[in-house]
Design a protein around this ligand. Structure first.
Ligand code: ADP
Ligand code: MG
Length: 618
């Protein structure tokens, strides 16, 4: 059949690397190559259907839209044939020889680190290469839908490169022949392939024939009535569209007629791909009009923070011949977006009320998206804020609370919602900023994610109450007894600190009313900032040599009830030099606690001096 000599091409370096891992290191779930090749064939058919419906001329318009799979256990091959859009020579080179998708690098990295789950291959947009898990040679025969084109054959053993040659008399579409490796011959048996199709590909919207017999039932699941669909079917559909093997955590299937016709079937996966792959995911909801795919992974259908949703939206009101660019910001798309987002937020509100434990699990996976929405999406801020969850001093370790519940528990006389940012619960509980709240039995949110503080900063208020960093809280602890310094002595000690530290190091020294256990605390003096915000700004500005940093020395508060302060006040009269050294040490320790000490060298030297002194006297 061939007319020209084969032309040799090398794989792009990343493809070679990827194939090397696919061929040598992926041992599990080899059968998923069937799912991936069928999914590519189905995509090609959907694209063709779209072209035809929008009136484009195609080569061989009469060809039936279907997928044919043929096994041959005499020569150990399995072939996947579709009558879809096909590929030109350039497209074969581009699609099968280079990595065009951003996710593929992430997949490669993950595989290299040996955390690779072969099952995820399709999600990273490199599903085709899974054929090399079972095949030692793969041939792709393809004829584009465009009249003026001709047929081509792409062949590779998955090592180094591939060959391309022209082939005459190919029908429209693509045929992929997998020549099976010695120990993967089972895929040349009808029985094996049939099992895999049943498992993964029941929802392909085109008929599939296996060795000439039809094997799937074609009916768009989202257009069926809810009462007819079993949980199992929903799960299978999710597996099919998401290329995932775990079950979805939430599902939303709904119809609407006004203000716009919508049939939608949406899922929340169990786990966040962004967390697994450390990349930003793109929306994976496909847009249909009367069961014809208009746009896979449609942009603009949902706000960005809902990019973790998977599923299908079908609207009869969509014009078929609209270009994707104009569609993205059309009024129609905005209407769809509004209805869909509203429905989904309602679902989350309901789910969080009926099963809070499950909701918390969801939040731990996708909370970062909701937080992003609460900050950026002003239209949905209010419902989103109610969906946020945080750990707090009133929850058990690892359990979360909503702001609504926090407000419901607020103590008499408490006007604000308090929070403290700390890397973990233990740190939060021993934070000097939290001592005053604890003594007053005021609840305090424990924020572990630096982004949380940013969220609080943006929201400013919830339910009419200010969101307040604990370190800015004006909270007094009732003085408990007479063990500490009296007012006079405390004031004079504060003045001693001020003088010893000097205006170079400290802004204002005060006698604290907020401390229970700590001898002293350092505070951000800028009203608009917190200690952690300053720390973050410093880090971000590090490259610019500190340019753009707001000026400022910390405020410092001493605890007049603390034994250290009582003895320090007494020591001043006996040994002023030693007292000064201890004062400086207390100050530096407070800076360490606040994460504000930049250079520990002076502190360490001083500490050594003090220890020397301590030991000599004993
Ligand atoms: P993805 O399907 O996520 O894009 P794949 O590695 O599965 O990634 O496929 C790469 C590309 O190769 C597809 O995007 C498509 O352009 C092309 N392709 C693969 N199989 C077919 C086919 N049967 N018909 C037409 N194009 C195909
Ligand atoms: Mg694919």
């Amino acid at each position: 059949m061939t007319t020209t000599a084969p032309e040799r091409h090398e794989f792009q370096a990343e493809i070679s690397q990827l194939l090397d891992i696919v061929i040598h290191s992926l041992y599990t779930d080899k059968e998923i190559f069937v799912r991936e090749l069928i999914s590519n064939a189905a995509d090609a058919l959907e694209k063709l259907k779209f072209l035809q419906t929008s009136g484009k001329p195609v080569f061989q318009p009469e060809a039936e839209l279907k997928i044919a799979i043929d096994t041959d256990d005499a020569v150990h091959t399995v072939a996947f044939t579709d009558t879809g859009i096909g590929m030109t020579r350039e497209e074969l080179i581009e699609n099968l020889g280079t990595i065009a998708h951003s996710g593929s690098k992430a997949f490669l990295k993950q595989l290299a680190e040996n955390k690779g789950d072969a099952n995820l291959i399709g999600q990273f947009g490199v599903g085709f290469y899974s054929a090399f898990m079972v095949g030692d040679k793969v041939s792709v025969y393809s004829r584009s839908y465009e009249e003026a084109e001709q047929g081509w054959c792409w062949t590779s053993d998955g090592v180094g490169g591939y060959e391309i040659e022209s082939v005459e008399n190919l029908p429209r579409g693509t045929k992929i022949v997998v020549h099976l490796k010695e120990d993967e011959k089972r895929f040349a048996e009808k029985f094996t392939i049939e099992g895999v199709i049943k498992r993964y590909s029941n929802f392909v919207s085109a008929p599939i024939e296996l060795n000439g017999e039809k094997v799937n039932t074609v009916k768009a699941i989202w257009s069926r009535s809810k009462s007819e669909i079993t949980d199992e079917e929903y799960k299978e559909f999710f597996h099919y569209i998401s290329h995932e093997s775990s079950d979805p955590s939430y599902r939303l299937h709904f119809n609407a007629d006004a203000p716009i016709s919508i049939q939608a079937l949406l899922f929340v996966p169990e786990r966040s791909m962004e967390k697994i792959a450390m990349t930003r995911s793109e929306s994976a909801v496909n847009l249909y009009c009367r069961r014809i795919l208009i746009q896979p992974h449609a942009k603009g259908l949902f706000p960005d923070w809902l990019r973790f949703l998977k599923g299908v939206v079908d609207s009869e009101d969509l014009p078929l011949n609209i270009s994707r660019e104009t569609m993205q910001d059309s009024a129609l798309m905005q209407k769809l977006n509004k209805v869909l987002t509203g429905r989904f937020l309602k679902l989350l509100a309901e789910e969080s009320a009926t099963d809070p434990v499950k909701y918390d699990r969801f939040f731990l996976e996708f909370g970062h998206c909701l937080k992003e929405g609460a900050v950026n999406d002003y239209t949905h801020r209010e419902p989103l804020t109610k969906l946020l969850r945080f750990e707090s001093s009133f929850t058990e370790k690892g359990k979360l609370t909503s702001l609504t519940d926090y407000v419901g528990r607020m103590a008499e006389g408490q006007k604000e919602i308090f929070y403290v940012l700390a890397p973990n619960r233990e740190n939060a509980e021993t934070s000097p900023y939290y001592e005053g709240l604890k003594a007053n039995n005021f609840e305090c949110l424990f924020l572990a994610d630096p982004v949380d503080e940013f969220v609080m900063e943006h929201l400013r208020q919830f339910d009419g109450r200010d969101l307040k960093p604990a370190e800015k809280a004006e909270i007094d602890i009732e003085p408990t007894g007479d063990a500490g310094l009296d007012q006079e002595a405390a004031k004079s000690l504060a003045a001693f600190f001020q003088k010893t530290l000097g205006s170079e190091r400290v802004n204002e020294v005060r006698v604290s009313k907020r401390l229970a256990n700590s001898p002293a605390v350092a505070l951000e003096s800028d009203k608009m900032l917190t200690t952690s915000m300053r720390r973050m700004m410093k880090q971000m500005n590090a490259g610019a040599g500190g340019m753009g940093m707001p000026e400022g020395k910390p405020d410092f508060e001493i605890n007049p009830g603390h034994a250290v302060m009582v003895r320090l006040e007494a020591m001043r009269a006996k040994d002023a030099a030693l007292a000064a050294k201890v004062a400086e040490q207390i100050f530096d320790s407070a800076l360490v606690t606040a994460g504000m000490l930049e250079d520990p060298r002076a502190m360490i030297k001083r500490m050594n001096d003090l220890m020397e002194k301590l030991l000599e006297e004993k």
